[in-house]
Design a protein around this ligand. Structure first.
Ligand code: V47
Length: 406
């Protein structure tokens, strides 16, 4: 006897399916339909179709090390469990506040490079005392000690902070140029949160808003510095605000790609355009909100299905982004593995130390996956694990693990 397996099919998704399969751009309404449907298998199937069109069964990871240089921060964002107030006196110093020296940071970076890392990802709180020179010195010292490491550092929020602490006061372009000259190779996507005034005012009022975030990434891209984009979901925003956030990222990426295409066309026509080749966003990382230890600790945070749906819908909405990353620290290794069939093609990397979010209130900032563990998760999901560098070039190693090509 043939049993017809029950499966809920939502006919209202037929038009969305047609658009996805024809490679057409989805609208806000399409995104809402994908969020509201009970037909979750179609959502996953469509995201996977796009993922396969772009990357086949390849799944990317890198060997990296995250370094959080200090958790002292002048901001008090309600979703954040990382910041500590800077003490007014020694007696008020929080037991878990920290401030690594440049020598210590260089030591972490060197140790990472010795263990095969190709990238170090460095961010921290908005420190009230450090000078802009300190950050430049840190970049120079890392590059001098570990020239083989790609230096991905500083969210757009830190860059705006640097404009305020620099003496004489510099603009965004000048800060980025100075950092690039000191060794900065690319920028991570943090600090974007949700581009919406209501959410901004309620959850991270004192933080600079979307205009500044885009101004920084625009300037970085014009200067040829690639960057990433993020969306922090699952706190007080709604699905419409998530989709609007993604659409704003998509619009920015359209402009960045157009500038790069114009540059390439000029080169092809034998002209020498001014300045470096413009850059764009490499990937988008939808970050799953972890309430533990934050002022929003009473919120439940996203469920597993919300994680999957949001990763899949990000893949579907962001048709001009090559990569969608599940940051396994936030979505968890298990859910990130499942997401490899729901539109995700990247996992971030080995990470090793991470202090910004810790699950279930545990104090550990040692959060590491080995290459073997990452590869096992990917293979079991039917994917071919591919080690990439920060710009998604494939990394080739010899039998001893030394990088022999990209
Ligand atoms: O800017 C803060 C977010 C970001 C929480 O570019 C939280 O490759 C969840 O941006 N729950 C930092 N998220 C992380 C980040 C990142 C991570 C991995 C790769 C890349 C990349 C970027 O984490 C912050 C903020 O948006 N965040 N607190 C929290 N409780």
């Amino acid at each position: 006897m043939v049993v017809d397996l029950p499966r809920y099919k939502d006919a209202t998704l037929d038009a969305v399916r047609e658009r996805v399969l024809a490679g057409q751009r989805l609208s806000l309404e399409d995104g809402l339909a994908l969020y509201r449907t009970r037909d979750i298998f179609t959502v996953g199937e469509l995201a996977n179709a796009v993922r396969e069109r772009l990357h086949g069964r390849r799944a990317y990871y890198n060997i990296n090390r995250h370094i959080n240089y200090s958790n002292y921060c002048v901001l008090r964002c309600k979703f954040c469990a990382f910041y500590r107030p800077y003490p007014k006196s020694e007696a008020e110093r929080p037991a878990d506040g920290y401030d690594f020296s440049i020598d210590e940071i260089v030591g972490f970076a060197r140790e990472a490079a010795d263990h095969g890392a190709t990238e170090t990802h460095i961010v921290g709180g908005l420190h009230p005392k450090k000078s802009f020179e300190w950050y430049l010195d840190m970049c120079r010292a890392i590059k001098a000690a570990c020239p083989e490491l790609h230096l991905k550092a500083f969210t757009a929020i830190e860059i705006v902070h640097f404009t305020r602490i620099s003496k004489p006061r510099l603009g965004i372009r000048e800060v980025l140029t100075a950092l690039r000259d000191a060794g900065l190779d690319s920028m991570p996507g943090g600090g974007a949160e949700i581009f919406d005034d209501r959410v901004h005012d309620e959850a991270f009022r004192a933080k600079v808003g979307e205009q500044h975030w885009f101004d920084v990434h625009h300037a970085a891209h014009e200067l040829g510095i690639p960057s990433n984009a993020t969306m922090l979901y699952g706190h007080i925003e709604g699905i419409e605000e998530r989709l609007t956030h993604l659409i704003k990222l998509r619009e920015h990426q359209d402009q960045a790609i157009a500038r790069r295409d114009a540059y390439d066309a000029a080169v092809a026509a034998g002209k020498t355009p001014d300045g470096p080749r413009p850059a764009a966003f490499n990937c988008c990382i939808p970050l799953s909100f972890i309430p533990d230890g934050s002022e929003f600790g009473h919120l439940p945070g996203p469920t597993g299905l919300d994680d999957l749906r949001t990763l899949a819908i990000s893949r579907l909405m962001l048709d001009n982004f090559a990569h969608i990353k599940a940051f396994w620290i936030m979505q968890s290794p298990k859910l990130s593995q499942v997401a490899l069939n729901w539109g995700v093609d990247d996992f971030d990397g080995t990470v090793v130390w991470y202090d910004i979010t810790k699950r279930e209130g545990r104090g550990y900032n040692h959060q590491e996956l080995t290459v073997e563990q990452i590869q096992r998760l990917m293979r079991e999901a039917g994917c071919e694990p591919v080690e990439r560098d920060s710009l998604y070039n494939v990394v080739r190693r010899d039998a001893d693990g030394a990088v022999v090509g990209r």
